[in-house]
Design a binder for this molecule. Sequence first.
Ligand code: SF4
Length: 448
Amino acid sequence: MVAFESGTNTGDALAFEHSPETDQHFENALAKARDGTRLTVADAIELLTTGSGTDGIDRERKEQVLEAADHRRAELVGREVTFVANLNNNVTTACNTGCLFCNFKDRSDQFLESSDADHDGFTKTPTQSREIVADAVERGIYEVTSVSGLHPAFALDDDHREILEASDRGDLNYRSPSAYEVDPGTYVEQIEAMSVDGVHVHSMTPEEAAHARRGTAWSYEEVYRRLADAGLDSAPGTAAEILVDEVRDVICPGKIDSDGWLEAMEAAATVGLDITATIMYGHVENEAHRAIHLDRVRELQDRTDAITEFIPLSFVHQNTPLYDYGMVEGGPTVQEDELMIAVSRLFLDNVDHIQASWVKYGDQQGLKLLNSGADDFMGTILSEEITKRAGGGFGEYRSFDQYVELIESIGRIPVERSTDYRTRRRIDGDPPHGPTLGPKADGTPLIE
Ligand code: SF4
């Protein structure tokens, strides 16, 4: 565990081994970025800091980095801006992991039948999940995304439940579902329930996969294969946070380490699932950690070729323990957001799509990011609890008409996509616009 001395967002007060200093020069790194030479970690640090030898971000240099990234985006994926018709169906907020950047979770003992605690968390049964997804499929979604807290009653399947019930280990974060007001079922039951009419199921982060094998000797491959058999189509790489253990030890000591995350993602790819990757930045880490993270993701993609998109997630500090305890004073600056997107595009030469999340950045800044290296504008998100509960204020749903208007306002081409980007449809003609790629989508807007 790294010692923390309060009062900074930069990690200066933390005894980190990695610091954002290099022998490289900004101009050299920029020249390499412009001509498409594979960048090193030192290059990335120079670009993220606009020169590690000077204080603060140099505006002129920053614009040069953004321009290089925008140019690379245009070369690689052209003018199209993609988005997917999706639903977020998060199953439960019950979680004891205690990540300091998270306000999505609620301590699970509040969910016990015996508890009279007043909380606004939730758990859904598989039947409830199915109803919610079935309704959204009828409306026309292509994908359901599901990321949940690590509810102690969750087991992978009935075999796993038996193992957990029989165990006398006290360190497995397990409790029988009968102790809770609502039984979330097993992961397999939830995936089967959400797999309605062939809708794409995007779920089971590495952290959830680790929870789904706790107390067993099962490999991640066995877990993801079982989930794929139940209807899982792809796995989100959220829970990556920062893939450097000295940062994870501060912000999420209860989570699997960097190698565990990489092992799980590689296993998902091995059983044939597409995966995504994220970075959550702008809390206690520094630019060296961001650059190392990008390097680890690029190496993973070299090995798997299964990462469909990279998603930089700007830390939303309100209502999080990191902020409440005074460990950070806020999230990243707008300049840091822009550079994170741009350097992701320039560094990840083997990942085609970089996403700007309108939930995290808002519309205006999201559009700027689409001109700084990003080419994907996320999804419609019929319901989005995670960002709202952490204090994000950018709404919960984006209609196709809103998408078309925003994307065309910057002279780009709106394109509805499948989760894996392999199916795409350019949107033109007069509104109203609606999805056409989902199992029951017929062009009618998702919400009238
Ligand atoms: S980030 Fe996930 S694992 Fe960590 S506390 Fe929040 S819900 Fe739990």
